[in-house]
Design a protein around this ligand. Structure first.
Ligand SMILES: [Zn+2]
Length: 489
């Protein structure tokens, strides 16, 4: 009996785990059995592996071949196991040199002709190989040589390449500089809308979720897009995490030049598109927006069951998906910005007449209340723009953007203050930082507007951020007053 073993990578959420791919070949009825996979997946893999081996000038032994993927309890739903399975058969049957594959992890999907294609999560696998000091064998992907740290990377374009001894990928390519691109979307391009711009700055400084309410054409999308460019630049670890998510979705942008994600979701989106799922599981929009901005336009038009899916991720920054035999967790730490019309026709309170009845407006508003609105700290009304103002804003160049640059600078300062408090483990609740006048003012407002405890908490948190933007240690009544402007109703 001949045996061989090589490593593969299973994906649990966005994390790759090393698994063993073991093949034994013995006398008996000729067959190719793959153990540790569902029968459906094993069947299609068998076809690809058989054809790829034969088309690459190798031979599939006419004996009893058993391939075991272990441990059995890790999910093995992606197509990247084709390559390690084929290699372990070739090693076990003595067609390629086992010495080449001793501490090698292989990942790739095989075409029927033997070409090796990238499988989702290849970058995640590469990072795990680095961690475990395993060599990685697979197709060429731009972002792998760019990874920080050492990785023994072997590129294989087709199974036939394995007829030559393995050679490490030549990493002598030039350093690719990290670009600090000029943001294409700056505050200066938005004319007017002072209140909404201020809310964006507060949102970016304190990670507050935000709702924009206004008639069609008031620039809500334009404003929302600028939240992502106001947030601080990503660090290397964050870029890498986003790149791993993109890799799971079958995209490779090269992690070096990744910016904060901005994902705009249409209200017809299904719950699965929003939170992820499928087989093999793919991340949904909330995971694609991780460390960036999730924009829900026309919030009132979303199906309630779809919006409800946002509760867990808004609370925990991640999403759990229940699979048939296991649970998958994806990161989903996004900042939410939603937009809505003030009424079904869209023109309530603007220069065009509104045609909605009072009941229609009420029903419309009710649709956006509840669990999501509860978690939104900043609510701001935007006015419709005069058409000539809109034109000017389109023509504005981005080369000079003093307003944007100033905003980014004060946001950074405010975030540094928060970071400082976290590092010094100030356990003091922002409530205790309210100055005397501010506390008195909050009490009286809470009474006259019947504010809920949660509402009061939100207001205090926003005031804290405003105080940080001003560089103040205590929360003053002016900060509180401004925070109160961003609570509607
Ligand atoms: Zn209306």
């Amino acid at each position: 009996m001949a045996a061989a073993q090589i490593f593969g990578q299973a994906l649990v959420g966005i994390k790759a785990n090393t698994i063993e791919v073991e093949t034994t070949i013995s006398n008996g009825l000729p067959q190719l059995a793959i153990v540790g996979l569902s029968e459906k997946r094993a069947r299609s893999m068998r076809e690809r592996v058989r054809s790829a081996i034969e088309q690459s000038g190798f031979v599939l032994p006419d004996r009893r071949i058993v391939v075991n993927l272990a441990p059995a309890d890790l999910p093995k739903e992606h197509s990247g196991f084709d390559l390690p399975v084929a290699i372990s058969i070739l090693v076990a049957s003595g067609q390629i040199d086992p010495q080449d594959f001793l501490s090698v992890c292989a990942m790739g999907e095989l075409s029927l002709s033997g070409r090796v294609r990238a499988a989702p999560g290849f970058l995640n696998a590469a990072i795990n190989c680095q961690r475990q000091a395993l060599a990685l064998l697979g197709p060429y992907q731009d972002d792998i040589p760019m990874l920080p740290g050492e990785l023994d990377y072997h590129v294989v374009g087709s199974l036939a390449d394995l007829r030559q001894p393995l050679r490490p990928f030549d990493a002598s390519m030039p350093e690719i500089p990290i670009l600090e691109p000029q943001p294409e979307k700056v505050l200066d391009q938005v004319l007017g809308q002072a209140m909404a711009k201020r809310a964006l700055i507060i949102a970016a400084a304190g990670d507050h979720h935000m709702l924009l309410s206004g008639p069609p054409g008031s620039g809500k999308t334009m404003l929302a897009q600028r939240l992502a460019t106001l947030l601080p630049a990503l660090n290397d670890a964050e870029r890498l995490e986003i790149a791993c998510i993109q890799s799971m979705a079958g995209k490779t942008e090269g992690y070096r030049n990744i910016n904060r994600p901005f994902r705009e979701i249409h209200h017809s989106a299904s719950a699965a598109a929003l939170i992820g799922g499928g087989s093999p599981p793919r991340p949904g929009e909330i995971t694609m927006a991780h460390l960036g901005v999730l924009f829900l336009d026309e919030l009132a038009e979303f199906a309630p069951n779809v919006l409800n899916q946002l509760r867990q991720p808004l609370e925990s920054g991640s999403i759990d998906l229940q699979r048939a035999h296991h649970r998958v967790q994806y990161p989903a730490g996004f900042q939410l910005i939603a937009a809505t019309n003030p009424c079904p026709c869209g023109w309530l309170g603007s220069r065009k007449p509104c045609t909605c009845s009072v009941e229609q407006v009420q029903r419309y508003r009710q649709r956006i209340s509840g669990p999501i609105l509860d978690r939104i700290d900043l609510q701001v009304s935007v006015n419709s723009l005069e058409p000539d103002l809109m034109l000017q804003s389109d023509a504005l160049q981005t080369a000079q953007s003093p307003e944007h640059e100033t905003a980014v600078a004060i946001i950074q300062k405010a975030r540094a203050l928060q970071q400082d408090r976290r590092q010094h483990k100030t356990r003091q609740h922002p409530r205790q930082q309210l100055q005397k006048d501010a506390r008195r003012m909050l009490l009286s407002r809470a009474k006259s507007f019947h504010l809920s405890a949660r509402s009061i908490d939100r207001i205090i948190r926003v005031s804290r951020t405003i105080a940080d933007l001003e560089g103040e240690t205590a929360i003053l009544s002016t900060h509180l007053e401004e925070a109160l402007l961003f609570r509607q109703g």
